[in-house]
Write a protein that binds this ligand. Structure first.
Ligand code: SF4
Length: 209
């Protein structure tokens, strides 16, 4: 199995998509959206190298322990790590977990790409949030979405666009482990602005692509 460069992992969260999910942030994004919430996740260096098998094992452990409904792949840019992402997504679906992916590319841009792994990843996604984050168009109505230009594609019937969960308020999750604080969800950026940033702060801010 191949390795993946990973920026952050939250084994169980309700702030990165419907129901309880494991969220995996890839390290590295070729795009440069102004106002990107995760600038530390943009370089393709950094983060930690994980074997995909270990990521899958962690996912299955969280399924058993937390009864997660699915996984969310974020970034960074998951499609820039498609070879690893497709293996994780296929393993999730094989184990009856839903797959949600946030991408800074539009669906049409992805469909026009020649790489087979891009198409394999698209085929393994239930929910795709697409398009670059636009800080001039902040989203205030749709939960889990960063800017109004971004679209939610229900690529399989697994999730229901009419589910009221899409219109509930966004949530922010803060975890304290020892001397490390981690934050994920929306509006993480605003919340972080309220604190004096600890040296050990590890941000799990949602990229909102
Ligand atoms: S918002 Fe997402 S797609 Fe845009 S630069 Fe940041 S990580 Fe990349």
């Amino acid at each position: 199995m191949i390795e993946a460069r990973i920026a952050q992992i939250v084994p169980c969260t309700e702030a990165e998509g419907p129901f309880q999910r494991m969220a995996i942030w890839f390290q590295g994004c070729p795009l440069r959206c102004a106002g990107c919430c995760n600038p530390e996740f943009l370089p393709f260096s950094g983060g930690e190298l994980w074997s995909v098998q270990d990521l899958i094992s962690l996912m299955l452990e969280s399924q058993k322990k937390n009864q997660i409904e699915g996984i969310s792949l974020l970034g960074g840019e998951p499609f820039a790590h498609a070879q690893a992402a497709v293996q994780i997504a296929q393993a999730a679906q094989k184990n009856h977990l839903g797959v949600m992916v946030y991408s800074g590319y539009t669906l049409e841009q992805l469909q026009a790409r020649p790489e087979p792994e891009i198409h394999e990843l698209l085929a393994a996604i239930d929910l795709l949030v697409d398009g670059p984050y636009d800080r001039t168009l902040p989203e205030t109505e749709r939960r889990w979405i960063g800017s109004q230009n971004q679209r939610v594609h229900f690529l399989t019937p697994r999730y229901d666009p009419a589910d009221p969960c899409w219109r509930l308020r966004n949530t922010l999750e803060i975890r304290v482990r020892g001397n490390e604080i981690s934050v994920n969800g929306f509006p993480a950026q605003q919340a972080l602005g309220l604190w004096k940033r600890p040296k050990t702060l590890k941000s799990e801010k949602r990229p909102r692509e």
